[in-house]
Design a protein around this ligand. Structure first.
Ligand SMILES: NC(=O)c1ccc[n+]([C@@H]2O[C@H](COP(=O)([O-])OP(=O)(O)OC[C@H]3O[C@@H](n4cnc5c(N)ncnc54)[C@H](OP(=O)(O)O)[C@@H]3O)[C@@H](O)[C@H]2O)c1
Length: 182
């Protein structure tokens, strides 16, 4: 209760039950095996999930890995969002704020009303410890992935908080779920 009140007062600087501050939420689409991509792209992408992603991230600071940016249309930043890219190359990327480490991205996220981790695999892995919520679209098919998101159903630190939306597109069932850190 107190935690919830503090969260709403503190906005983006969330306070966990253990008193730790988190500032971020992850958003991801996973297949049945928690795979998220293959050969640098998503083998199956549902338009309903793209719409969900656009709605959830609108106006937010989005934190993304350099390889995932390579899969953005025209490799351009997502419009209407503050785009932060993680890269070790130290090069400017037009339209993006460049960060050289997850810690740097966490510091930057504290300045945002809403900060969201949008992938890919290596960025989810490194930034998830700083997130206390994850929007997970479960796409019920198994196209074969080479990149994975941590299986939150098997992680005792996380629990399924709510199912926000569900349905079927082109014969593929989907569920948009919110997971919360316990
Ligand atoms: N299903 C989904 O919702 C979803 C969402 C996003 C992405 N994806 C998929 O995920 C896959 C890409 O994931 P990925 O793991 O290969 O790549 P990625 O996480 O998108 O990007 C990796 C790059 O991020 C930079 N990086 C990683 N750790 C860093 C650190 N500690 N400090 C600074 N920079 C760091 C490095 O860039 P440099 O090489 O420039 O140094 C690294 O090569 C694709 O298949 C994509 O389609 C799926």
């Amino acid at each position: 209760m107190l935690c919830g009140v503090l969260n709403s007062i503190m906005g983006s600087q969330l306070l966990s039950k253990k008193g730790l501050r988190y500032t971020m939420e992850a958003i991801v689409a996973v297949y049945e095996d928690w795979g998220i991509g293959c050969c640098g792209t998503q083998p199956v992408a549902l338009s309903v999930d793209r719409k969900f992603f656009r709605e959830m991230t609108r106006g937010a600071m989005v934190i993304v890995g350099r390889r995932t940016v390579a899969d953005f249309p025209g490799q351009k930043p997502l419009p209407g969002r503050v785009n932060v890219v993680l890269t070790r190359q130290g090069k400017e990327i037009p339209g993006f704020t460049v960060c050289g480490s997850p810690e740097e991205a966490v510091e930057l996220a504290k300045t945002a009303q809403k900060a969201m981790v949008i992938g890919g695999g290596s960025i989810y892995r490194q930034m998830l410890p700083f997130c206390d919520s994850a929007l997970v679209t479960k796409v019920y098919c198994n196209p074969g992935s080479d990149t994975y998101f941590p299986n939150l159903d098997e992680d005792p630190a996380w629990e399924l908080a709510e199912i926000l939306q569900s349905g079927e597109e082109n014969g593929i069932r989907y569920e948009m779920c919110r997971y919360a850190r316990k």
